[in-house]
Design a protein around this ligand. Structure first.
Ligand code: GFB
Length: 314
């Protein structure tokens, strides 16, 4: 285990995006630590409005920030709303970074996404792959905004000595996920589809695309634990991957979801929908070497997410 670099004990910690799946998991993780968590709902603070962010930051002056606020979505949402995925995320990042620096916030973890890497990067992808090739067209807008966020951490480190870092989570799922079939990521969508097919006693449900792409899935509470680990123990310019160390085809994860949900029918393919990146399996060797590993298996994570969905979403 690498040494403690920054202690959260007694600090005022802002979780930006606390109502999202990642933000809520970060709050759960931080509640196990003696620190003062501050949050702001979208109604209290619109992060796309610069002066509002400046006023809020000056009033609240957090010691450290987990920057988990973003406009997020699955492949269809990204491909449908390029303006929002690029502009809203650029505004949010620019406003938070500049206002944080202006009031002297010296510690931040910025959360990116594995889609920042080139569409056909060598697999598994390590951090050196960044900006070495063309992006996946379906989410290039979000990827550019997230790459800009990585560059913002590096710019503030270099020019102002701010101890800001960025991390690159792989595909995430878990409690608090988005279960809207048009906006959501694949795993939450498959849970909804398998559940609805079971309830309707349907013969089948459809996955988008061929089912051949592979994805790496990290349970969101494992990510939150990794983010706290990095806040406390990582300080460098380079971004750092956060993955679970194995990936799976969409076809196989759909079958795993069906098994967990208890749907025994067949799984078909909707070939009118895009496959997206063929594979985006990350090399998480650097964070593993620091002492963090994912701990929730895919089947266990799906079961926990399905239980949450039944309690809150279905
Ligand atoms: O999770 P997902 O929407 O986004 O899709 P990406 C992953 C794969 O699942 C694609 C297939 O190959 C989809 O074709 N898929 C199958 C489905 N059935 C479904 C379904 O019902 N819904 C969805 N959504 N997919 C995202 C980026 O890429 O990865 C985001 O667009 C972000 O910006 C996220 O970076 C982590 O994994 O393809």
């Amino acid at each position: 285990m690498t040494n403690l670099h920054y202690s959260l004990a007694g600090k005022k910690i802002w979780v930006a995006g606390h109502r999202g799946m990642v933000g809520a998991a970060l709050v759960r993780q931080l509640e196990t630590i003696d620190c003062n968590i501050i949050t702001a709902t979208h109604g209290e603070l619109d992060l796309t409005r610069q002066t509002d962010v400046e006023h809020w930051m000056a009033e609240n002056k957090p010691d450290a920030i987990f920057m988990a606020a973003a406009r997020v979505g699955g492949i269809l949402a990204n491909d449908t709303y390029p303006v929002e995925f690029l502009i809203d995320n650029m505004k949010i990042e620019t406003n938070v970074f500049s206002a944080a620096h202006a009031v002297g916030v010296n510690r931040m973890v910025f959360l990116g996404s594995s889609c920042i890497y080139p569409r056909l990067a060598a697999q598994p992808m390590n951090e050196d792959a960044l900006l070495t090739g063309p992006l996946e067209p379906t989410n290039q807008w979000y990827a550019i905004a997230k790459i800009a966020g990585v560059m913002m951490t590096q710019a503030y480190r270099r020019q102002h000595g701010r101890d800001y870092i960025s991390c690159m989570p792989t595909n995430l799922y878990g409690p608090g996920d988005n279960f809207d079939l048009n906006e959501s990521h694949v795993l939450s969508a498959l849970i909804v589809k398998a559940h609805q097919a079971k309830e309707a006693d349907a013969e089948s449900f459809a996955v988008w695309g061929t089912g051949n792409p592979k994805r790496e899935f990290l349970y969101v509470d494992d990510l939150a634990q990794a983010c706290v680990f990095l806040m406390e123990r990582y300080s460098a310019d380079e971004t750092i991957n956060v993955g679970c160390g194995e990936d799976i085809t969409i076809r196989d994860v759909a079958q795993t979801v069906a098994d967990v949900v208890g749907f025994t029918g067949t799984i078909t393919n909707d070939l009118h929908k895009p496959d997206g990146t063929p594979r985006k399996f990350m090399d998480s060797g650097r964070i593993n070497a620091l002492g963090w590993h994912a701990s929730t298996s895919l089947k266990e994570g799906i079961a926990k997410t399905y239980a949450w969905y039944l309690e809150h979403g279905a």
